[in-house]
Ligand binder design. Structure first.
Ligand code: AHR
Length: 623
């Protein structure tokens, strides 16, 4: 295959072309959010049930129960944990929390541990609470002692630091709070709002798990789509509401998320904005737009309060703190300056409710445009249906498909009309090799982890996104993160467990495209509609030609390139990700496929062999 490259750029590469799509789909709580204790505040739990004790266990014969506290810690947290020390107790008695499928105990970290306690009835008790990190069989890694007195009948916060003496390989560890049983017989102590947090990404308070955040950052994403996805809301009452996710943690009630578990909302709107700032990306933020996954579309007459809530949400992010209450709240929480925001997405996948989207789009966008004329709004129905007014300038398209589909659709956007509409490929991924069962079981073709057949197919599609980036302004693989101990969706870009991160072949594909964007698109001989695809960009500041090649086929491909420049250097680099069709980075084989960079001979004419199932990035300098 011969590829002739044109020296005149066709268009510039848009600044947001590659980024990330995030929602809590077993990826926020117990994932990127650094909190280690599960069910830390008994949010949304039914008191006096076994389920309410999820994550917690008694130690040494105590009785623990989640109660509706007559005097709760806060209105948002009505439940507390009641510890009763029974007669006959001896030794250390109390309770423990096993974390989100484990707790990573690391001797190089100091953990901040905290909780609130009170004695529901005054007593003469005087003693110590012992706070520890232990193995599941009682080896103590770190401990701290907290004096308590039975006269403490109002909530009192305890904050201690725990520095483990060693770093066990195993993460089946527990956080425990105990008291000397013999001296506390008959006592009741209530507890609320626990927390155990290791050092966080960039040291941010209430921040992010370092290794996961670093991996996201290493992709050099330009945007972060939040907070969903489906997690925008399964019903009107359980929808994601920005105001319930900001402020003191004890004022956040949590909500039943859309993926089958309670979201703590510790990772709230402000934390999302800090995440974007700390990772040098901009948010693409969704507002709930009157439709829930349970099928409810609100009637037009009922929309007003929800539109106001969306306005408030946006004002929290970008409003002027001297004129807007939500913005003043942001300022009071430590960020007087507005955050950077250009794009607001109106709902998620509203192609599921196209008829009501006609008025919901009209009313949301009409009001939001009047308040924020500088913002750009993204529609989430199909560009082909229904006809919306005002005409959307941006659409979010989603596709989950097979490797073959992605390679065959690398030209998807080439035939799309240039009519002033811009596209966000907001979710895409190979989910299965089985076109008739895209969301099926592993035995029927569904992937657990991305593999090279899928990733090279995605890369083929991405060369098309790059070629068409005059109208495709942003694109993100989805979903982003998967806790291998418990997940609702596969495959995901990055997997993790309590102590490891496993970047997939699709992660490396995204990273290769993202860190090798260039600033302008150079037209070249078009690929045939097969499995070999490429696109060429130039990084103007460094005068480097960047060639991306996706070979989604089972045979190597011989290619030759003709560059129309004088001064093309004789040596360039090739960074190559390749493996067998099923080669995949799993927890068992985390580094099965990683990019390898080597020098190659380049020049005005040069040849390159693209391995089967590969993604290659060639960089050639022009002096
Ligand atoms: O990425 C997983 C889900 O796929 C998203 O929540 C939803 O938008 C899409 O259907």
């Amino acid at each position: 295959t011969t590829v002739n490259v044109d020296g005149t750029a066709a268009h510039s590469i848009p600044p947001l072309l590659f980024g990330q799509m995030f929602e809590d789909i077993n990826s926020g709580d117990g994932g990127i959010y650094a909190e280690l204790l599960r069910n830390r505040a008994f949010q949304q739990m039914q008191p006096n049930t076994i389920e309410a004790l999820f994550g917690w266990a008694p130690i040494n014969g105590t009785s623990i129960n989640v109660i509706a506290d007559p005097v709760p810690l806060s209105d948002a947290l009505p439940n507390s944990l009641e510890l009763t020390i029974p007669s006959g107790s001896s030794g250390q008695v109390g309770f423990g929390n096993a974390g989100y499928w484990g707790i990573n105990v690391n001797a190089s970290w100091t953990y901040n541990a905290s909780f609130y306690y009170k004695f529901p009835s005054a007593s003469d008790f005087s003693g110590n609470l012992t706070v520890m990190l232990q193995s599941s069989i009682g080896a103590v890694y770190a401990n701290a002692s907290v004096p308590v007195h039975g006269s403490t009948t109002n909530w009192m916060q305890v904050v201690v630091q725990l520095t483990p003496a060693s770093s066990p390989v195993s993460t089946t560890n527990i956080f425990t709070v105990t008291v000397d049983g013999a001296s506390a017989i008959g006592e009741k102590i209530n507890f609320a709002m626990f927390s155990l947090v290791p050092p966080t990404f960039k040291g941010r308070a209430n921040g992010l798990r370092m290794d996961i955040a670093q991996t996201l950052y290493d992709m050099k994403p330009s945007f972060f789509r939040l907070p969903g996805g489906n997690n925008l809301g399964n019903s009107v009452s359980t929808r994601w509401q920005w105001n319930a996710t900001v402020g003191n943690l004890i004022d956040r009630p949590g909500r039943m998320g859309d993926w089958g578990y309670v979201n703590t909302d510790g990772l709230g709107l402000l934390e999302y904005m800090y995440l974007c700032e700390d990772m040098e990306m901009e948010p693409i933020m969704a507002v709930w737009a009157g439709y829930s996954l349970d099928g409810t579309s609100l009637p037009e007459n009922d929309l007003a309060p929800y539109i106001q809530q969306a306005i408030d949400q946006i004002n929290f992010v970008i409003g002027d703190s001297s004129t807007s209450k939500p913005a003043a709240l942001r300022a009071s929480l430590g960020h007087p300056e507005p955050f950077y925001l250009q794009y607001v997405e109106i709902g998620n996948e509203d192609f599921f409710a196209p008829n009501s989207y006609i008025y919901r789009w009209r009313d949301f966008v009409g009001n939001l445009t009047a308040t924020f004329p500088q913002l750009k709004f993204i529609a989430t129905s199909l560009p082909s249906y229904p006809t919306l007014d005002p005409i959307p300038k941006q659409y979010d398209n989603h596709v989950y498909q097979t490797p073959g589909w992605f390679a065959e659709n690398a030209f998807y956007y080439d035939s799309v009309k240039r009519d002033g509409t811009y596209y966000f490929e907001g979710e895409y991924a190979v989910t299965s090799t089985n076109a008739s069962d895209l969301y099926g079981t592993f035995t029927d073709g569904r992937l657990i982890y991305p593999n090279m057949q899928g990733s090279s197919g995605e890369a083929a599609f991405m060369t098309g996104l790059e070629r068409n980036s005059d109208i495709v302004f942003a694109a993100s693989y989805a979903p982003l993160l998967m806790n291998i101990a418990n997940y609702q969706w596969s495959p995901n870009l990055i997997s993790f467990d309590a102590s490891h991160v496993y970047p997939s072949t699709s992660f490396y594909t995204q990273q290769l495209f993202s860190v090798n964007r260039g600033t302008e698109y150079l037209p070249s001989t078009l690929p045939q509609n097969g499995t070999l695809h490429w696109s060429v960009t130039r990084d103007a500041p460094t005068n480097t030609v960047i060639i991306k090649i996706a070979n989604a086929g089972m045979t190597t491909e011989e290619m030759s390139f003709e560059l129309p420049f004088v001064g093309v250097q004789g040596t360039g680099t090739a960074t190559v990700l390749s493996g067998s069709a099923t080669a995949s980075n799993s927890p068992e084989t985390p580094n099965a496929v990683t990019p390898v960079t080597s020098q190659i001979k380049t020049g005005e004419s040069f040849s390159y062999t693209a391995p089967a199932y590969s993604v290659s990035v060639l960089r050639v300098e022009v002096k």
